[in-house]
Design a protein around this ligand. Structure first.
Ligand code: FE2
Length: 181
């Protein structure tokens, strides 16, 4: 279940009801897929073969197609990051800059954890959404954000796109953003 941390106030939201209400208010799509649908050997496993990636997509085919149909996503794939990923530190450094995209950034976490830091309304500022297996989030088009891993440094996620070519990071210069978490 996702947890929220509002950076300006250090407020944390941890109940499902509060998290859902907050994200809805901020225009961020959130849903939850049953992590137990995944076979046990894929639940905490990060060095996936192409066959294993295809198996995860198959397990969640119904959920993926439902979300895709509702929001116009056309393509999906699996991304896996862990200390086994070459250049993980460099990748994370690149990720950790505030940016926007010309389409939604959609991630369904199937193993591990991740954090999306998102710019909310003026009265909220930046907030962190801490995600675990089953959490599905769509950062809306043109919303400043960045992604990073949690302390365990591992994640597997389904990514959905309207067009993967649209998933280009455009840097967003924001003097109000303080990098220190
Ligand atoms: Fe992004």
């Amino acid at each position: 279940m996702a947890h929220i941390r509002i950076r300006n106030t250090e407020q944390r939201l941890e109940s499902e009801q509060e998290v859902r209400a907050f994200l809805q208010e901020q225009g961020v799509l959130y849903e939850h897929w049953n992590p137990e649908k995944l076979p046990e050997n894929l639940r905490d496993y990060y060095t996936l073969t192409e066959e294993e990636k295809a198996e995860i997509l198959q397990v969640y085919d119904e959920e993926i197609r439902s979300l895709a149909q509702r929001n116009g996503y056309e393509k999906w794939d699996i991304v896996a990051l862990s200390d086994a990923t070459p250049n993980l530190d460099e990748l994370l450094k690149k990720f950790e800059n505030v940016h926007i995209h010309t389409e939604d950034e959609v991630r369904a976490i199937t193993a591990g954890n991740g954090i999306f830091t998102i710019k909310g309304g003026d009265e909220i500022g930046y907030f962190d959404v801490e995600l675990s297996a089953g959490d599905v989030i769509s950062v809306p088009v043109n919303t400043p954000h960045f992604f990073t891993l949690m302390e365990n440094r591992k994640v597997v996620a389904v990514r959905l796109f309207i067009d993967p070519a649209g998933w280009v990071a455009h840097p967003y210069e924001d003097p109000t953003f303080k990098k220190t978490s």
